[in-house]
Design a protein around this ligand. Sequence first.
Ligand SMILES: Cc1cc2nc3c(=O)[nH]c(=O)nc-3n(C[C@H](O)[C@H](O)[C@H](O)COP(=O)(O)OP(=O)(O)OC[C@H]3O[C@@H](n4cnc5c(N)ncnc54)[C@H](O)[C@@H]3O)c2cc1C
Length: 393
Amino acid sequence: MSVISSNKALSDLLGVDEQLTESERDLIALVRRFADDRLRPHLAQWFEEGTVPARDLAKELGALGLLGMHLDGYGCAGSTATEYGLACLEMEAADSGLRSLVSVQGSLAMKAIHAFGSEEQKQEWLPRMAAGEALGCFGLTEPDFGSDPGGMRTRATRDGDDWILNGSKMWITNGSVADVAVVWAQTDDKIRGFVVPTDTAGFEAHPIKHKMSLRASVTAELSFSDLRLPADAVLPEVKGLRGPLTCLSEARFGIVFGSIGAARDCLETAIDYAQTRTVFDKSLASYQLTQAKLADMAVELQKGILLALHLGRTKDNGGVSNEQVSVGKLNNTREAIQIARTCRTVLGANGITLDYPVIRHENNLESVLTYEGTPEVHQLIIGQALTGANAFR
Ligand SMILES: Cc1cc2nc3c(=O)[nH]c(=O)nc-3n(C[C@H](O)[C@H](O)[C@H](O)COP(=O)(O)OP(=O)(O)OC[C@H]3O[C@@H](n4cnc5c(N)ncnc54)[C@H](O)[C@@H]3O)c2cc1C
């Protein structure tokens, strides 16, 4: 069976299959089967309607062991980083919105509690989140602070032993369907993370409408109005931006793989289409101009998969730096959206309909390019690593 792509010719050309372990191949097969059976038949409709049964899907993803899968204990699967990445690749080959659900749950909300939470917080939330019985979200971005989260205005102040939270968060994936929000806020002693059950008085979540991207994903605005939390709601093990940035690095790692999945789905679609479409009495695939496009895209796809696998193996062998993850996020999201755009041209007018997945991926990748650090932010991170000079401000 072709593993890295179900298109045998593409899989053979990429030649990556033999670099995968048996358990990685099994995982890819499992996630692809789930995507084929449970997701693909509905994706166009979910995208068109801007809805997704997030809570039902979370339970199914939990049963497959895909939520917080790279974390240890507390009902998590304890998979390798590479396995987690490959699961993201297959999920995003279906839809970036569904991969976002997995990433936000595992790499952002669960990771924050797993890495920085108290034993009680871990026991209370992680087993249910791993099972998909509780959904989490991660509130860092605010209406006026995205690339520069350190400027956030959301504030937690002390009232006796309690905390009082005021402020708002913007663009929060799963925000209006979550049971628990990890919220980052200014305090008198640096930025701290808070574990906020979403049924706490003073918590409101409003879905963001009119998105043209990531429509099969819930995105919400959160507001906190004199929201009272007990003393033990704070994540005890981290202060400052290191907390959210550690989680972001995990989620970015998943995107390095995931974005390539979306690109692969586009390229498989374009190759099939070119072989069946006739223009000027011949198959579209038989023209040199078409083959040049397909060849260039296959080369970039190959480089993207190898980069993702390299970062995966590096992470499994002792860890990747934030700068290395930035290299992967910058390259793979940028190339993925370029591949999606070029595939759309191969499909001509058909390419703009939801009868094919390409325009959906292309639109989704606009969000994937932007969230978890825009291309400019990753250029600045890499630039600082190369020169030692901080050019953020
Ligand atoms: C669908 C979706 C889901 C999301 N989910 C979440 C979530 O679950 N949780 C969460 O906290 N956030 C989430 N986000 C928010 C996301 O992380 C931010 O949108 C992102 O960080 C960019 O912030 P911004 O939109 O405020 O853009 P801005 O920071 O305002 O950036 C605007 C432009 O300025 C550029 N820029 C910024 N700084 C510099 C600089 N120093 N030099 C040059 N150019 C610069 C940027 O690259 C960009 O091109 C989500 C976003 C989307 C679209």
